[in-house]
Design a binder for this molecule. Structure first.
Ligand code: EPZ
Length: 417
């Protein structure tokens, strides 16, 4: 089992290139199943979840080939509709193949994702909305057996709750539904906009008709195209927080600053000096870190995927802070490990009271989920001495070359087998 050794504390200085977005790549990879021919994708991040999704597409009959910086997916022989548990269990986004398989074949057998460290991860909103398009479901032995005997029929659907995955599944499915579909109360994360831009380029007929409403006219097939996925805004936010935390000075490159305006405004409020230009963000950390009250919310609110990371930063604030996790029911798995590093964080339900003026001490740690693990790396960067972080396969799911990128800006970090 690999682990990371981090020797803190030092200031991060230099430039970091941001990779492609894991959470835009996953739905776009799933959407390639709509194609009967070839689709080329660029800027996919080299992370475990993308590898798993590609394996899932291969198990469905897609022929995939990496060439230089792009992935060519050939679906001319893709016919299977069975997504197995052993691939979906490690990556809940596997459920995103349900919509495109139903759209293309009218039936599918997809493993229920099952839960993970941050929550039970139900898919009831996906299934309820798909049934409105005419899909009949049977849940048996942990699998969803889905069938649309008359094909998918367009209709009006309003999501009972804002769900990124359900919005993505339905947008993809509606692209081949007969007639018009209007989806209301959609999630509007940038990754969903990227998915829509990809589908528009393939010839799908999609139009945003309101802040959270979208209209889709079904088509019969999609064109062969090449598409480059957007930057990873959570990776960008993580490194911005790392700079603020270590009183460092970083230039974050290959980003669209306006997409992470909320995060930038929060870091400015905390005291970081930030200047943005075209595709770069320059940040200088401030010795004095101001405390805050933050709650996670659907985009454009503060992202739940940065909650663990900002919690580490607020441990260094001049006073106590409060963080409310309003998206997932169990996303404080990092708190116990941070408290072992000297943090004083009290949680009650979905609220955490974060005591300020903390100096982290090095420790041997255990990662539990993707974003919790990176928060341990951040804390270790500021702890004087050597920390060890185990189970870093969680990290490898969503951060491309983390230790290389950090080493390049002065962190003393290495991966040990
Ligand atoms: C996506 O997960 C992201 N994953 C998550 O990022 C992110 O934290 C989340 O959106 C929220 O922004 C990908 O894009 C691959 P949801 P998703 O459906 O789609 C409940 C990371 O670290 N819900 O918006 O699963 C659900 O339990 C990952 O990169 C239902 O109750 O999130 C949660 O409490 C972690 N029923 C809330 O809604 C459903 O049918 C939001 O979930 C679906 C969701």
């Amino acid at each position: 089992m690999q682990r990371l050794e981090v020797l803190g504390a030092n200031k991060l200085k230099g430039q970091i290139n941001i990779s492609g977005s894991k959470n835009a790549s996953l739905p776009i990879l799933a959407a390639t199943l709509l194609s009967k021919n070839k689709i080329t994708l660029k800027n996919l991040p080299k992370v475990k979840d993308i590898e798993t999704m590609i394996n899932l597409l291969q198990s469905l009959g897609s022929i995939t080939k990496f060439t230089k910086q792009s992935l060519v997916i050939d679906n001319s022989k893709q016919k299977k509709v069975f997504a197995s548990y052993n691939l979906v269990k490690t990556m809940r986004a596997g459920i995103l193949v349900l919509g495109p398989l139903l759209a293309k074949f009218g039936n599918a057998k997809v493993s229920l994702p099952g839960g993970c460290a941050i929550g039970t991860r139900p898919v009831d909103i996906h299934l309820k909305a798909l049934s409105k398009l005419g899909v009949k479901f049977k849940i048996l032995n942990g699998y969803v057996y889905a069938n649309a005997p008359k094909g998918l029929i367009g209709t009006n659907i309003s999501f009972s709750k804002i769900s990124v995955g359900a919005t993505e599944n339905l947008i993809i499915a509606a692209c081949f539904a007969k007639g018009k579909t209007i989806l209301k109360n959609c999630a509007i994360e940038p990754e969903i906009k990227d998915l829509v831009n990809f589908l528009l380029k393939t010839g799908c007929k999609i139009k945003w008709i309101g802040k959270r409403s979208i209209k889709i006219f079904g088509v019969k097939q999609i064109k062969e195209i090449s598409y480059s996925v957007m930057f990873d805004r959570i990776e960008a936010g993580t490194y911005l927080i790392a700079a603020a935390l270590t009183e460092g000075k970083l230039q974050i490159k290959n980003v669209i600053p306006k997409i992470i305006k909320t995060e930038i405004d929060i870091l400015k409020k905390i005291g970081a000096k930030i200047k943005v230009n075209h595709d770069k963000i320059n940040i200088v950390g401030n010795k004095k870190i101001k405390n805050l009250e933050i709650k996670t919310a659907p985009y454009p609110g503060f992202p739940t995927d940065l909650q663990a990371q900002i919690m580490v930063l607020l441990c260094k604030a001049n006073k106590n802070s409060i963080i409310k996790e309003d998206i997932f029911e169990n996303r404080f798995m990092h708190v116990a490990e941070l408290n072992r590093m000297g943090a004083q964080i009290l949680t009650k339900g979905n609220k955490a009271v974060v005591q300020g003026n903390i100096n982290f001490v090095p420790a041997e740690l255990m990662a539990t989920d993707l974003r919790a693990s990176v928060s341990l790396v951040l804390a270790a960067l500021t702890a004087k001495g050597k920390s060890v972080i185990n189970r870093i396969y969680h990290l490898d799911r969503g951060y491309e070359n983390l230790e290389k990128k950090l080493k390049k800006v002065g962190a003393k970090i290495r991966r040990v087998n």
